[in-house]
Structure formats: structure tokens, C-alpha cells
Design a protein around this ligand. Structure first.
Ligand code: BG6
Ligand code: MG
Length: 207
């Protein structure tokens, strides 16, 4: 029986991929190359600094380590401008209902996200109180597909991996859950999330 559920944030609970995309595109525009939504797929679930490296690779741009930190910071400032405007309407269909349903069934809930902005976003959309534990980019050092974030999630809930289920929209996240030994429900396209134990189009399919 499932005792714990660990949710990714971006693309599972909230629709923030579009803001990450706009902020990276804003940087790419400054460098003068095109950054497309298809390129953006590669950044899902990936840490901020690793995302920047992928963007630089796409543009064929080479900068110093110090400049990388500056650019990652600039991207985040731009992203923050977008997420400051967020409200409940950007919670994905079924997400809140499903979280409430799990809570009623006594399932413990954790967040397992790569984002350093996770707590801010959860508070902004009014879902923070539904989580028993939050493991985010400020708490882990190894990015998905490393299992660290999900193992920490199980520990924070006081549960074993075999008692939990992960919900993930990114390939890197699905891989991370599998490496942690946790059953994983992919959110999105079954042709992309082939490694997941089950794939649904959104949490609304589960309520
Ligand atoms: C993940 C997103 O959840 O968080 C990535 O899918 C993002 O696109 C990563 O780069 C890090 O987020 P942040 O908010 O710390 O820059
Ligand atoms: Mg995600």
C-alpha cells in the first residue's frame, strides 16, 4: 500500500515551464541566437546551472565560469519577474484536488524539485500547507537524474522507497525515481517517458 507521494513541481503541480522558457529565450536573444520550445524540453528537470550550460551549447557560446554564474543569476531575476505574477490559476488541472484526495486517504506528501524557487511558488499559488515535507534545489547537491532528491523525500516522510510513489514530467526525473527504487508515474507524453511505470496526461486523470 502506498504511504507516501513525492511530487515534482514544475510541469506537475504548476505550469512554469513557459516562464523558464521565456527567461532562457531572453538570454539567448541577447546573445543573438534562436532558442526554441523544442530546445526547452532538454532543460526540464535539470538544475539552473546545468540548464545554462545546455543553452550555451545550443548557441555555441563559450564563457568563463564566473560569467556563467552571472548569467544564471540574470536568468533567475527574469524568471522571478514572471513568477511574481503567478496565482492559483496556474496550478495545473487536478493537482490541488489530487493532493487533497491523497491527504484524506492518509498518504503523506513531499515535494521533490530541482528548483530553488519551489517554496516561493508553492506559497504564491496557495498549496504550501498541503505538503508534509519540501525537498528542493536548496536542499540537495546532486541534480536529477541522481536519486538524491527522492531519497531525501522518502526520509523526510519517514518512509521506505517501496512505500512511496513519484510523480514526474521530466525524463531526468523519471530516471531519478527509478534509481531511488520508487514507483514512478510519468506526467505527459508516453513516447518520451518510456521508462515510467505508468504515464498519465495530467493529475486530473487520477482524481
Ligand atoms: C526544475 C525545472 O524543476 O527546476 C528546470 O524543470 C529548472 O527547468 C530547475 O531549471 C531549477 O529551477 P530554479 O527555479 O532553481 O532555477
Ligand atoms: Mg518538472
Amino acid at each position: 500500500k502506498v504511504k507516501g507521494a513525492i511530487f515534482d513541481l514544475d510541469g506537475v503541480i504548476v505550469d512554469t515551464a513557459k516562464y523558464h522558457f521565456l527567461a532562457w529565450k531572453w538570454l539567448a536573444d541577447q546573445w543573438g541566437f534562436e532558442f526554441t520550445e523544442t530546445d526547452n524540453e532538454r532543460l526540464k528537470g535539470v538544475s539552473r546551472i546545468r540548464s545554462l550550460e545546455i543553452v550555451l551549447e545550443i548557441g555555441g557560446i563559450d564563457i568563463s565560469e564566473e560569467e556563467k554564474l552571472q548569467k544564471a543569476e540574470q536568468k533567475n531575476e527574469k524568471y522571478l519577474q514572471y513568477i511574481h505574477q503567478m496565482d492559483r490559476s496556474e496550478v495545473l488541472p487536478g493537482a490541488e484536488e489530487y493532493l487533497l484526495q491523497l491527504r484524506r486517504r492518509g498518504v503523506r506528501i513531499a515535494l521533490g524539485s530541482a528548483s530553488k524557487n519551489a517554496v516561493f511558488i508553492l506559497e504564491k499559488v496557495g498549496l504550501a500547507e498541503l505538503f508534509d515535507a519540501v525537498i528542493d534545489g536548496t536542499k540537495v547537491s546532486k541534480a536529477k537524474p541522481d536519486p538524491e532528491v527522492f531519497i531525501a523525500g522518502c526520509e523526510a516522510l519517514g518512509l521506505e522507497p517501496g512505500e512511496c510513489v513519484v510523480f514526474e514530467d521530466a525524463e531526468a526525473g523519471v530516471e531519478a525515481a527509478i534509481a531511488a527504487g520508487i514507483y514512478v508515474v510519468g506526467i505527459g507524453n508516453p513516447d518520451i517517458l518510456v521508462a515510467a511505470n505508468r504515464v498519465v496526461s495530467g493529475l486530473n486523470e487520477l482524481v
